[in-house]
Ligand binder design. Structure first.
Ligand SMILES: [Zn+2]
Ligand SMILES: [Zn+2]
Length: 171
């Protein structure tokens, strides 16, 4: 995800658009889990030389395979991020918010991956009304209903009954 700034960096006011289609697959580390992007990943925007600094403004669109926090099934979601960064030539950095570039290229890979990661949901859901897994039997209730609620009471009664029987049997 590199942009060539050989022209831009030499002349103030010059602006160039870029449209990158990256066909690599990336891994994103988020919440101690690794998520994969599904290629392609698109990065579109422009770079402009403003008072000798390179301002880069772009939009990223990525498809990421996530895991639902309720039913633990994998699902695919589109993730969008907007970014604005200022780059100065290495050695001329004056501000903490500025990043630096070397030579005639700016590599956006790390920035793009960080920004996609920042957009990932804290509690991913395959659908907003995902029914999740049954806490009793583990059935994915989106696929079928296991009817555990009714059985749950029965099984508790059975446990009680069994305890009583054991107590009686033990005397
Ligand atoms: Zn789900
Ligand atoms: Zn169940």
């Amino acid at each position: 995800m590199k942009i060539n700034i050989s022209k831009i960096s030499r002349c103030e006011g010059i602006k160039e658009n870029f449209d990158i289609i990256d066909k690599n697959q990336y891994e994103l580390l988020f919440n101690n889990q690794t998520f994969k992007t599904l290629p392609p990943l698109s990065v579109r925007g422009y770079a402009v030389n403003y008072e000798g600094k390179i301002e880069v403004d772009f939009e990223t669109t990525a498809t990421v395979e996530l895991q639902c926090s309720r039913c633990i099934e994998n699902y695919v979601a589109d993730v969008h991020a907007s970014s604005f960064h200022i780059f100065v030539k290495e050695g001329f950095q004056t501000d903490e918010d500025q990043q630096f570039y070397k030579g005639d290229e700016i590599d956006l890979t790390d920035i793009v991956l960080n920004e996609i990661t920042a957009e990932l949901p804290m509690k991913p859901l395959c659908t907003t009304d995902c029914k999740g897994l049954c806490p009793e039997c583990g059935t994915n209730n989106n696929q079928r209903s296991c009817g555990c609620k009714a059985e749950e009471i029965d099984s508790r009664l059975q446990v009680l009954q069994k305890l009583l029987e054991d107590e009686q049997g033990g005397v």
